[in-house]
Design a protein around this ligand. Structure first.
Ligand code: 5GP
Length: 201
């Protein structure tokens, strides 16, 4: 048995890392299933704490809105928006009949579905000059965040950063986004995962 000593800043980090380790399932194709607390069944207390952590990390400047992509980012974005007392907008993956107005759009390759989606946000929900905090559940190759950055730029708004619950540090998205100057704060970063377990950074 291998014992790993890690230093944690606070209880929320420790708790979420324990949840990932004990309940996360590593699927083929480098996909981590966290359906018991983040992606299907939701752990409200944990998610609200993660939202507070995003609010603490992104307290200056305070964003005008939190932006995510449906559907798995919504709970976290709502928690962050609640903690920051700002509106939450989620990009839709389908132009449904209740999208009437003009919309910004971007094409995003979905890591989990391995296909392209067009994500859209109605123009009225992001204003020119708005400071936008991106929030999402996972960061893998960075395509979802880049699609949101594209929409933010079309709106003439400014991305103040990205708050991510779980970053898979062995995939390229985080490094590329940071190299491009985006502030990325991930509450857990996984350096390696396989059938034997999960190694956090
Ligand atoms: P990216 O666009 O950074 O490649 O992937 C991020 C998006 O894909 C997230 O919005 C998330 O929904 C999904 N995703 C990527 N990797 C995983 C994973 O390992 N597990 C789960 N459940 N979703 C993932």
């Amino acid at each position: 048995m291998r014992i790993v000593f890690v230093q944690f800043d606070d209880f929320t980090h420790l708790y979420s890392l324990c949840k990932i380790r004990s309940e996360g399932r590593v699927l083929r194709g480098s996909v981590l299933k966290v359906s018991s607390f983040l992606n299907h069944q939701l752990d409200p207390a944990l998610i609200m704490e993660l939202g507070k952590e995003f609010a603490r990390l992104f307290s200056e400047p305070v964003p005008d809105l939190v932006l995510t992509v449906e559907s798995s980012g919504i709970a976290l974005a709502l928690a962050a928006g609640t903690a920051m007392n700002v509106p939450v907008v989620f990009a839709k993956k389908h132009r449904t009949s209740n999208v009437f107005g003009e919309a910004y759009s971007s094409v995003v390759h979905s890591y989990t579905h391995d296909r392209d989606f067009t994500i859209i946000v109605e123009k009225e929900f992001i204003g020119n000059g708005d400071k936008v905090l991106i929030v999402d559940d996972f960061l893998a190759n960075g395509k979802a965040v880049e699609g949101l950055l594209d929409i933010i730029s079309q709106a003439g708004a400014v991305a103040i950063g990205a708050g991510i619950a779980i970053e898979k540090g062995f995939q390229e998205g985080g490094a590329r986004l940071r190299a491009n100057g985006l502030r990325v704060e991930s509450l857990a970063i996984i350096d390696r995962m396989d059938e034997h377990g999960i190694v956090f950074r």
